[in-house]
Ligand binder design. Structure first.
Ligand code: LLP
Length: 416
């Protein structure tokens, strides 16, 4: 459920009309609903309230600092994958003791900075990373908290481009080396194995793979505990899917029950790293129709938002609903269909294929739903397009949380 609805024939975000936001802040524009965000945070925490759980928001899904700070105020920690995300999370008020650091390619200087910041855990994804963390901790004469990110070779049954749990991907540690690693870590005085982790994929629609992955982690947790390692938590990653079109993702309660049921016998704390399920439906991308054109084959709605603002359709063939701000323009049974495209010079700059609208015209506003996760955070300056503004709506109040870039910003670092 979200707070983007039609009132009096016009689309609103909470109590603010998208038309008024477009006139005040121009388009393209990212618009977030604070009520939706807080609701999603609460629903997630409620689902896990009966078991000791730390939810670490996957900062990559939406990394705007004002946006993040709302999530951290609810008690969330952060799952980060870069020093940039670490510093964003800290700027947004995240407790460093609630930060887990994932990623296959952490550089020595990244590890050192994160260690200095006192994060909760490094989710180690390779044997070389284990050595690097140890060297850096030894230099500081401390013991670094680490988790082993296990790759359980489980098919998450999602788009292959966002599947991470198979041994054919670069992520995590294969199970065939885990036992030897556990024994080895015991001997390393600058490493404390406090957790086991996994993340098998994103936009998962079934709980089968989630359960199977939890079982593998629990299997290894028992081994680690039997070896006397100081294990404290099991980090099940993120990945829960949302509805963009007609998907039927699991209920949060069922997701929570599945994880808790597996982890409970170990008595270990549960960590999760949700991104999309929190952020996806909190935001829309608001855009203006530049013009309507037709070829002998197709009708095109050319809008001012493009793959530079929302990469998901071009990159994953992802579906996002695209609706007109004026309800009267909503496609009817016999309305024409349009490919909704942006101005970028790529055939793949196609935000939606074959969408129905009633007599659309230049100047109309449309909005792309489900753009709160992996929307702005994946945006780029390709075609020398300034990145767009972001606005957070709270009831009848809209707050600018990121200014639109100016052209000169785009070549500020160039030397000429
Ligand atoms: N934890 C780790 C280690 C991750 O790599 C990810 C996402 C998450 C948590 C959060 O997953 P979520 O709950 O959001 O599914 N750009 C793609 C998604 C890539 C996800 C990468 N990792 C998209 O737009 O669909």
């Amino acid at each position: 459920l979200d707070y983007f609805n039609y009132k009096n024939g016009e689309a609103f975000c909470e109590d603010v009309s998208l038309t008024s936001l477009a006139s005040q802040y121009d388009t393209p524009l990212y618009v977030y609903s604070k009520a939706t965000l807080l609701r999603h945070c609460k629903n997630l925490l409620d689902a896990f309230k009966d078991y000791p759980t730390l939810a670490c928001f996957a900062v990559k899904a939406n990394s705007n600092i004002s946006y993040l700070s709302e999530i951290f105020k609810c008690g969330f920690g952060a799952d980060i994958v870069s020093i940039g995300e670490l510093e964003r999370a800290l700027n947004a008020g995240c407790d460093p003791k609630k930060i887990v650091y994932s990623g296959v390619g952490k550089k020595p200087e990244d590890l050192e900075q994160a260690l200095n910041r006192g994060i909760l855990s490094f989710n180690v994804e390779s044997a070389f990373e284990l050595d690097l963390v140890e060297q850096i901790a030894a230099k500081k004469n401390v013991a670094a908290n680490i988790s082993l990110r296990i790759n359980p070779n489980i098919d998450a049954k999602t788009n292959p481009k966002i599947s991470t749990g198979l041994n054919t991907t670069k992520f995590g540690l294969s199970e065939n080396i885990i036992e030897a690693m556990l024994i080895d870590i015991k001997k390393r005085q600058h490493l404390r194995l406090t957790g086991l982790a996994c993340h098998i994929g994103s936009q998962m629609i079934g709980l089968g793979p989630v359960k199977a992955a939890a079982q593998r982690l629990v299997f290894w947790a028992k081994k680690a505990l039997a070896l006397g390692l100081p294990l404290e938590n099991i980090d099940m990653g993120g990945g829960l899917g949302i509805r963009y079109d007609s998907e039927n993702p699991p209920e949060l309660a069922d997701y929570a029950r599945t994880l808790i049921c597996e982890v409970k016998p170990t008595n270990l704390k549960l960590l999760i790293e949700p991104g999309r399920v929190i952020a996806g439906n909190t935001g829309v991308l608001l855009s203006k129709v530049i013009g309507v054109k037709a070829t002998p084959e197709k009708n095109f709605l050319v809008i001012d938002a493009a793959m530079t603002e929302l990469l998901r359709p071009a990159m994953y063939a992802a579906f996002h609903d695209i609706l007109p701000v004026k309800a009267a323009r909503i496609g009817k049974k016999n309305s024409r269909t349009f490919d909704v495209v942006g101005p970028v010079c790529e055939t793949s700059d196609l935000l939606g294929e074959g969408r129905s609208f009633e007599n659309p015209a230049a100047g109309d506003l449309v909005y792309v739903r489900g753009a709160g996760a992996y929307g702005f955070s994946m945006s780029s300056n390709y075609n020398t397009r300034p990145r767009v503004a972001e606005v957070m709506v709270d009831g009848s109040k809209a707050t600018l949380i990121r200014r639109r870039e100016k052209l000169a910003d785009l070549w500020r670092e160039e030397i000429f």
